[in-house]
Design a protein around this ligand. Structure first.
Ligand code: DAH
Length: 339
């Protein structure tokens, strides 16, 4: 019996120390488990004189039940403690400002391309895209840029083979459209083009937007009307166009199109180099030979075409003087175009 009170003191002290599940199960093993101290008392039974066996057994049972009671109490305390700790660990302060996520934005060339498509889509144009690797036929010959014709010098070409090349302009999109569609035709062909050319205002890869309209009775006036609308949408409602005679093998007549300077309103400034006008694109009436190269009767139908440099429009619109920033993709530059 003396031993029991010692054991009880031990149990009391140990259960006090229990703070978590691990020490709780350690306690169980030390006192209540099969190898535990209390179970061990039962093994003493064989040394107890027969008349004392019943009272000994009863006393052991009482100690066991008492210890089990302490264990159960501790178990529910530990459970509560652990739950509390978990709530604290997982607490969310709903009044904290949310983490800011940086979202990207469209590249200025893409922005302008989308704006351009929007303007022309409003006039009923559809978008068509051709391949970046073209053949000589589509890029030059059928556009009336014949082999050995000096006009080939206008575009410094990356050849892949004798016949294949990286398209130097989006104009082969005209041929591909007319090969697959009957008039009336009204398409835009945006895309990347490639030329062996590199300085502050030229890049070996840049973007163009081709426009082609083929129908009965199309004239140069239609071209100017559409382009007026286009430049007003892009550069502001007061902007005017001016057509200057030019030469492209695939248009006759050919024009170079200037816009009135949106910086100075036409008075003359550094942007327009004092002239009041800025050149923005080339175009003209589709050369009859090009229509015929695509099996379209040039006595019945006529067309207009234009080609716009997307980088040029982007640079003018945003006041960019060196084309390189459009391709270097520096974050400080790109972030200025966030909506
Ligand atoms: N393809 C010409 C170039 O890259 C631009 C051009 C001029 C396109 C006149 C046209 C056009 O459709 O009619 O220089």
């Amino acid at each position: 019996m003396k031993d029991f009170s010692e054991i009880k003191e031990q149990v009391k002290a140990k259960i006090e120390e229990v703070k978590d599940n691990a020490s709780l199960s350690e306690f169980w093993q030390s006192y209540l488990g099969k190898q535990g101290v209390i179970q061990g008392l039962m093994k003493e039974m064989k040394n107890v004189p027969p008349e004392e066996k019943p009272s000994f057994g009863k006393a052991v049972n009482e100690v066991r039940e008492w210890a089990q009671g302490l264990y159960a109490q501790k178990q529910s305390q530990v459970k509560e403690l652990e739950l509390k700790a978990r709530y604290e660990r997982e607490a969310i302060d709903v009044t904290m400002p949310a983490m800011k996520r940086d979202i990207g934005n469209l590249h200025p060339i893409t922005l302008i391309k989308h704006q351009m498509i929007d303007v022309f889509a409003g006039m009923g144009f559809e978008v068509f895209e051709g391949p970046e690797i073209e053949d000589d036929d589509h890029n030059f010959t059928r556009l009336n840029v014949l082999k050995d014709h000096p006009s080939r010098d206008m575009q410094d070409t990356f050849y892949l083979t004798e016949e294949l090349l990286l398209r130097t302009h989006t104009s082969p999109g005209q041929i591909r459209t007319m090969d697959t569609h009957k008039p009336p035709i009204k398409v835009l062909v945006p895309g990347k083009v490639f030329r062996s050319d590199s300085d502050a205002t030229h890049s070996p890869m840049f973007s163009q937007m081709e426009g082609l309209v083929v129908d009965k009775g199309i004239t140069l006036c239609d071209l100017q009307g559409m382009l007026d609308k286009f430049v007003q949408e892009i550069f502001g409602s007061g902007t005017k166009t001016r057509l200057r005679p030019s030469y492209f093998p695939f248009t006759e007549p050919s024009v170079e199109v200037d816009v009135s300077c949106f910086e100075c309103g036409g008075k003359g400034c550094s942007l327009c180099k004092g002239t009041g006008w800025i050149e923005v694109l080339g175009g003209g009436v589709v050369n009859k030979k090009v229509l015929e190269n695509c099996g379209i009767d040039s006595e019945v139908y006529s067309g207009l075409a234009f080609g716009i440099g997307i980088e040029r429009i982007t640079m003018l619109k945003y006041g960019i003087s060196n084309m390189g920033v459009l391709f270097r993709n520096e974050q400080d530059f790109l972030e200025q175009f966030k909506a």
